[in-house]
Design a protein around this ligand. Structure first.
Ligand code: HEC
Length: 441
């Protein structure tokens, strides 16, 4: 498919819309329940690390550093405490500033627990997506123009074209995809694509991305361009494997590092999916509670009358979140993987740890991503902002799994030792868990 060119940083031009539609199985634009009460996505005022940074900038309490080769990028990362070692590089023309992205000019992404930053060398804007406890994912752009008063602009419809539909579970969310890019970086749509989350086998991951790291004889689709889709990943050119230096694939000027760390990519895939799961669960439950309150009012019921349909939504949301947070669908690794930056050690060092020095951020990287597979996003503001009744059911359900003598086939990937360790770490580090668990143990 040939897309019309044109600048795409600021306005939703036809090229972006065409790409959005080409990437989507169904139209994203129809999925706008989140524009209605109680979420009122676009009409509500965000409150998240980015909106608070803007408030500090407006009040003159902080400034952003500008740099002539990468513009606001370094300043934004520093102000939001996003580590440079989280850098990943994607060269497929799959996102907003696609006309500027190519294997010779990859897009760089960075993230911490709450904030994701997108940067294109010579791009018009720095792109930001941020986990907003009330609104799911909120989007901003910052024009790459030096000035005294940098201003992040909140963006809605033009980001939601891709970030608010079937690719993101119908909520404003994050996208990680694996495509089959042509030599120019154009995704070959006829070859298909893969959503990348914990369940995606390494063999299907990272098409259209650079990948730096070692992974033995395991395969992935990164570092390659294609003329057509190979029948299996094993048929893809092996020159993309175990790449630790991207050499002269693109000039270094304007990039903060030359890496696209395999471990950072793996954590990104988990975190983006887990954030989307949090948003989906939060929106579903808040909508159900809102409908219930309206029904109770209309039917003159007591305000706290519980409807079976609300229980169904609460239970479904808690079940989905527990299964996501305990990595029930994780595709196992067939052998060790390692990255090429300090990402893994920086990430693991952030804890929090229990008395035995264990933490949910400890990586395994041999059989699976995490040593103790319970998502570190239990520590996130988005998790804490879930409706109280949903959190209560989440903790009850997770406790039952962690304490069961046999938690059943869905949790067979967790040994009794795994479950004991996860529970001990949560008891030591997550007061909200303890508050929901019987005092006796
Ligand atoms: C044409 C579709 C499309 C549009 C429109 C779009 N994005 Fe994206 N975005 C993507 C895709 C696809 C990815 C996954 C990485 C990649 O392929 O580049 C992504 C990833 C991102 C990421 C990395 C983390 C995440 O949230 O997935 C950020 C940040 C981001 N986009 C910001 C924005 C902002 C801000 C806007 C609106 C101003 C926007 N995007 C509009 C397709 C789009």
């Amino acid at each position: 498919m040939r897309l019309p060119g044109g600048p795409t940083g600021k306005n939703p031009l036809s090229a972006v819309i065409a790409l959005a539609l080409a990437l989507l199985a169904t139209s994203a634009v129809a999925e706008d329940d989140f524009e209605l009460a109680p979420i009122r996505y676009s009409a509500s005022t965000p409150d998240n690390p980015l909106s608070r940074l803007q408030a500090r900038l407006d009040a003159g309490e902080t400034t952003l550093a500008w740099d002539d080769s990468s513009g606001w990028l370094g300043g934004v990362l520093a102000a939001l405490e996003v580590p440079t070692s989280s850098q990943t590089l994607v060269f497929s023309k799959t996102s907003l500033q696609q006309t500027r992205i190519s294997p010779r000019n990859p897009r760089a992404l960075y993230f911490n627990d709450d904030v994701y930053i997108g940067y294109v060398r010579s791009g018009e804007v720095v792109e930001v997506s941020v986990a907003d406890p009330a609104l799911g994912t909120v989007f901003y752009s910052l024009e790459q123009v030096p000035g005294e008063h940098p201003r992040f602009e909140r963006r809605t419809e033009d980001c939601l074209l891709c970030h608010g539909g079937s690719q993101t579970r119908g909520v404003p969310g994050h996208i990680v995809r694996s495509v089959y890019p042509s030599r120019s970086g154009q995704p070959i749509f006829s070859a298909g694509s893969h959503r990348v989350d914990d369940s995606t086998p390494l063999a299907d991951r990272w098409g259209g991305w650079y990948v730096t790291g070692r992974h033995g004889d395991q395969r992935h689709l990164g570092n390659l361009t294609f003329d057509a889709r190979p029948a299996t990943a094993a048929e893809a050119d092996p020159s993309g494997l175990n790449v630790t230096d991207l050499g002269d694939r693109f000039g270094p000027k304007g990039y903060l590092t030359g890496h696209s760390d395999l471990v950072a990519l793996s954590v990104l895939a988990h975190q983006a999916a887990a954030h989307n799961a949090l948003t989906r669960a939060s929106f579903d439950v808040r909508a159900a509670l809102y409908r219930e309150a309206a029904l109770n009012r209309d039917l003159d019921q007591a305000p706290d009358s519980r409807w079976p349909s609300t229980n169904t939504v609460l239970d479904g949301a808690a079940k989905a979140l527990v299964e996501c947070f305990l990595f029930c669908d994780e595709a196992p690794l067939a052998g060790p993987i390692e990255g090429t930056t300090t990402f893994a050690t920086d990430f693991a060092a952030r804890g929090p740890t229990d008395g035995a020095g264990r933490s949910l951020r400890q990586l395994d990287l041999e059989r699976r991503l995490f040593r103790h597979p319970c998502s570190f996003l239990v520590y996130s503001p988005s998790f804490d902002a879930l409706p109280a009744e949903l959190r209560a059911r989440f903790w009850a359900r997770i406790d039952a799994v962690l304490k069961a003598s046999d938690p059943g086939p869905r949790f067979a990937h967790l040994s009794a030792d795994d479950r004991r360790a996860i529970r001990a770490i949560l008891v030591a580090t997550k007061p909200d868990a303890v508050a929901h668990w019987p005092a006796a143990d």
